[in-house]
Design a protein around this ligand. Structure first.
Ligand SMILES: [Zn+2]
Length: 159
């Protein structure tokens, strides 16, 4: 499963369900809580303060939802989750933010994905790079060979 607009909507339409992600099973309620917090974090500080959206910038909550979603986001934080009742209400309202939630998921994913310093590909770190490991192995073999040659040289010199 990857987070995109479609899978996000699926989760939002099934607030009582379970979703498998990275070989773990997540209660949709927990995922929806995180979506809500992620959107809330996108609002500017001032907008968070007054629990409303002053500018319609397509970031964070907008218009009619703003007060309700902001207040649930704030009040649920100490519990680290939503009640099932809260979750139902929040999920229904978050569907129209699926596009924004997809954006957030993509940005987070890009931040999480390491960039290989060796082959410059995204998705693995240098120490996990197959190309790098192969090159390292060859380098070590050559080093060993060179050492053995040296040893043989000195030996034959002393003989
Ligand atoms: Zn690499």
């Amino acid at each position: 499963m990857t987070f995109n607009k479609e899978t996000i909507i699926q989760i939002l339409k099934d607030p009582g369900g379970v979703t498998e992600y990275k070989s773990k099973r997540w209660a949709n309620r927990t995922l929806i809580y995180r979506m809500l917090q992620a959107l809330y974090a996108r609002q500017t500080g001032f907008e968070q303060e007054i629990e409303a959206t002053t500018e319609n910038n397509g970031i964070g909550f907008n218009g009619a939802d703003s007060h309700f979603l902001s207040s649930v986001a704030k009040n649920s934080r100490p519990y680290g989750n939503l009640t099932s009742k809260q979750c139902e209400h929040v999920a229904r309202r978050l569907i129209k933010y699926a596009r924004q939630l997809e954006d957030i998921a993509l940005t987070k994913l890009q931040q999480q994905l390491p960039l290989c310093g060796y082959c410059k590909q995204i998705g693995h770190a240098q120490q996990d790079c197959k190309e790098y490991q192969l090159k390292e192995m060859q380098r070590k073999l050559l080093q060993q060979e060179a050492k053995q040659m040296q040893l043989m040289d000195t030996k034959s010199y002393h003989d």
